[in-house]
Design a protein around this ligand. Structure first.
Ligand code: 0PR
Length: 352
């Protein structure tokens, strides 16, 4: 009989498109150790429940929040859905809407559909939210504003203080989506976190640039009270209410997020940011030198106007690159992306 072949995950050697990355060795080890735990039942799984509080505290340090409330989600999608749910439940409008820039991640479309909230998006200006255009979409049924700190396609940071102030003026919530950007931004020159602006909630995912194993997303709130409107009674558990979207959850993600942040906050993430930015800048220069129209890097993400067939051919050579909605090639310089990978990528581009 033929031996059954053991399936192996993909290597990261030629992955230039993913917003996830190779987990830090300590994050991998912690994930394996906590595989059979469930932070969804904190009365039974007390150790992982404690670790989750630690994760939230560490996420608070990364985002300038001294008494953070929050939890480790299954990813940015769940965190964004929950943020919209908080805004909707608190405002109690019969036909609620939420306003953000066109550049928001598609998870907000899922949130809007699931929650019966109208999603209004405003045109961007050079890929960044335009506060005037957002303001025009606000009316008395608007329950919250969304800003992006590190957009999925171009890696740009919205004018977060201006958007948060606009939300404050209208007495509605402001949510910042820093799912990918959050672990780079403490070292870049932007106003984006809880200490920079009166924002209420934030998505920041350890399983992206935080180098934790999947699934480890993060939802943070300035105050525990923001979660009150999400509480569902859980009569037969030792804890009597639940504010999360999912029930049984991954303790592996929680433990791995703590291990990654303990290993890397702060100097490890700083070094990572500097290395990733230097790589992205190097790539941008190489592509510009070859006559391409390049955008970035604002954070470690570069887009360039290579033709569509070229990205398909690169895929055939095992490179994993993606395209923006406008058809540009998009390269994400995640922690696993090294200069030598980029050198061989550029050499392959030259071959065409
Ligand atoms: N918010 C932002 C700004 C994001 O970029 C993403 C995902 C999300 C929210 C949603 O997060 P989850 O995917 O954790 O729910 N951004 C990437 C994307 O959709 C995710 C990704 C990750 C794509 C790994 C490819 C990949 O290999 O493009």
């Amino acid at each position: 009989m033929q031996p059954v072949q053991r399936a192996e995950p993909q290597s990261f050697d030629r992955v230039l498109t993913s917003m996830c990355t190779e987990p830090h060795p300590k994050a991998r080890e912690a994930a394996e150790r906590f595989l059979a735990t469930n932070p969804g039942d904190p009365g039974t799984y007390e150790t992982v429940a404690q670790l989750e509080r630690k994760a939230v505290e560490l996420l608070g340090r990364v985002t300038g929040l001294s008494n953070p409330a929050g939890y480790v989600t299954s990813g940015g999608t769940e965190a964004n859905i929950q943020a919209v749910r908080i805004a909707r439940n608190r405002a109690e409008r019969s036909q609620p809407n939420i306003v953000g820039p066109d550049s928001i991640h598609f998870s907000f479309r899922k949130a809007a559909e699931l929650l019966g909230v109208e999603l209004r998006t405003a045109p961007v200006k050079e890929y960044r939210a335009n506060v005037t255009a957002m303001n025009e979409l606000i009316d008395e049924d608007t329950v919250g504003l969304i800003a992006v700190a590190g957009s999925t396609e171009y890696g740009v940071v919205d004018p977060i203080p201006a958007i948060a102030e606009l939300a404050e003026d209208h007495e509605i919530l402001c949510h910042v989506d820093a799912a990918w950007g959050g672990f780079f931004l403490p070292f870049a020159d932007f106003d984006w976190d809880f200490s920079d602006a009166p924002i209420d909630t934030m998505t920041i995912d350890p399983h992206k640039a935080g180098q934790a194993a999947v699934p480890a997303g993060g939802l943070l709130a300035r105050s525990e009270r923001l979660f009150d409107s999400l509480a569902i009674n859980t009569p037969y558990l030792e804890t009597t209410s639940q504010i999360t979207l999912t029930g049984t959850r991954s303790g592996a993600g929680v433990a791995s997020a703590v291990a990654a942040m303990e290993a890397l906050w702060k100097d490890g993430y700083r070094e990572q940011y500097e290395r990733s930015m230097a790589n992205a800048e190097w790539l941008a220069t190489q592509l510009r030198d070859r006559g391409h129209d390049v955008f970035g890097p604002e954070l470690p993400l570069v887009t360039a106007d290579l033709s569509v067939p070229m990205t398909d051919e690169l895929r055939e050579r095992d490179w994993r690159v993606s395209k923006t909605g406008a058809g540009e090639m998009r390269i994400v310089c995640q922690p696993h992306v090294t200069r030598s990978m980029l050198r061989s990528f550029v050499a392959d581009l030259d071959w065409y």
